[in-house]
Design a protein around this ligand. Structure first.
Ligand code: TMP
Ligand code: ASP
Length: 242
């Protein structure tokens, strides 16, 4: 496979074309941003760590019948993926109240959400990725009504698989964000990444609300030891065979 031109550079990844029109190369960067890129920094080794974690979790998804864009990991920072048209929605699943849910609703941090919440955010940096209602979805039409139903049921299934996987790692899956796309045959595939950048993960061996954080909240909230936390997630994830 030969690597072609840079197609897109996002906040944490770069997409390159390849000699196969249906295949792209994703390069994971060490760059980290938060609060719609108002806070910028770098997490040493994050690119390789997130590429390793995301590859492993995409394999886990495929094994559980959830179609993804993942093909293979070609080097430390790189994976080959199927080319997809990204649906401009961020699908957030929440098992425990944290982050913007607590800020916007006053729910207490740590409140169990059963059944889990599935929320849709419009993927639009200029608008600050707003939370969107099902009625607004109908007006804006970023996805068909049928696709929205499919996104909800895929997100719920992904949550069940991820929750039990992380449980085996001694980690509580608090919440996470997913992105989906359609391939050249119109199939809906899980895309983007699943990593400590896109999940809230709490170490079950810690009770202190700051010490237990193993995800990007360490960077967002300046909690320190960001690299160590990401590396620990990777070690625990890779220990589990899929
Ligand atoms: P929130 O509580 O800030 O809305 O975040 C919910 C989840 O989504 C959390 O696991 C972090 C993840 N997330 C992203 O992956 N990208 C984003 O831009 C935001 C705001 C959150
Ligand atoms: N990735 C997002 C950004 O920088 C926000 C976040 O993850 O908190 O815009």
């Amino acid at each position: 496979m030969s690597v072609g031109q840079k197609l897109y550079e996002g906040k944490a990844k770069i997409l390159y074309s390849t000699d196969d029109l249906d295949v792209l190369l994703t390069y994971f960067k060490d760059d980290a941003t938060a609060f719609n890129a108002q806070k910028r920094g770098s997490i040493q080794g994050k690119g390789e760590i997130n590429c390793a974690i995301a590859s492993h979790l995409f394999k886990l998804m495929e094994k559980n019948g959830i179609p993804t864009h993942f093909l293979d990991r070609t080097s430390g920072n790189e994976m080959r993926v199927r080319s997809v048209k990204i649906i401009p929605l961020e699908v957030v699943v929440r098992n425990i109240a944290a982050g913007s849910l607590c800020q916007q609703t006053g729910l207490k941090l740590g409140t169990i959400l059963n059944p889990p919440l599935v929320e849709f955010y419009l993927k639009d940096d200029a608008l600050g990725d707003p939370l969107i209602t099902v009625d607004r979805l109908r007006v804006l039409d970023p996805a068909s009504a049928n696709q929205v139903d499919q996104l909800r049921s895929m997100a719920t299934r992904i949550n069940s698989v991820l929750q039990s996987f992380f449980e085996q790692c001694g980690i509580t899956l608090v919440d996470f964000k997913l992105e989906f796309g359609t391939d050249s045959q119109g199939r809906l595939l899980l895309a983007d990444e699943i990593s400590p950048d896109t999940c809230r993960l709490w170490n079950q061996a810690e009770t202190d609300p700051d010490r237990r954080v193993m995800d990007k909240d360490r960077f967002r909230r300046d909690l320190g030891n960001v690299e160590d936390a990401y590396r620990q997630v990777m070690e625990r994830v890779l220990e589990q065979t899929v």
